[in-house]
Design a protein around this ligand. Sequence first.
Ligand SMILES: Cc1cc2nc3c(=O)[nH]c(=O)nc-3n(C[C@H](O)[C@H](O)[C@H](O)COP(=O)(O)O)c2cc1C
Length: 185
Amino acid sequence: MKVLALVGSPRREGNTAVLVQKVLEGIKSKDNKAEIELLFLNDLQIRPCQSCYSCLSSGICVQEDDMRLIYKSLATANILVVGTPIYMEYVSAQTKLFIDRLFSSAHEQRSSFQSGMRIVLVFTWGWDKIDGYDDVIDEVKGILTSGDRKVVGVVKGVGLRYRKTEALDLPELLKEAFEVGKKVA
Ligand SMILES: Cc1cc2nc3c(=O)[nH]c(=O)nc-3n(C[C@H](O)[C@H](O)[C@H](O)COP(=O)(O)O)c2cc1C
């Protein structure tokens, strides 16, 4: 089983990364041979979509940057884990760059996603309202789940304000992320 995990926070040891790691631990607990690729979007050179529409006919983005690595992994990953903090009421800029660049595979007939891919989403934010960003979550779900892909679980790290390790003080949340990992595996 192949797993691609993307962290959209610049904080490598922040709350989003902590929860994504817990999901991965859950996956590993079910399949200790799972091949896991963990990428921090902030470390990658991903340019914004240039709106050239070349991909409409070819299905391939002409830009030669690190998104190529991600397209390659999306073609073989059975599980995709995407984690993002909420920044200014939406996903982080790093995550948005990734999402925009999925335009080239947005149409099912030329999708570069592995078929039957199972997806876990991890969102973290400061506001202590559990359904505070359900609209954002639904939008991201909609974008990622065309065709036969499905979101198996969503982890919401709520009320995580400034300290990057706040999630570590919330054993129930860590357990929830671990269980979602077990479920998707
Ligand atoms: C630029 C910026 C914008 C933010 N905007 C929001 C927001 O709109 N709503 C919210 O609840 N929290 C917001 N936060 C708080 C983060 O979502 C929260 O602290 C998150 O857990 C950080 O994730 P990390 O620890 O993985 O970096 C913002 C934080 C930053 C740095």
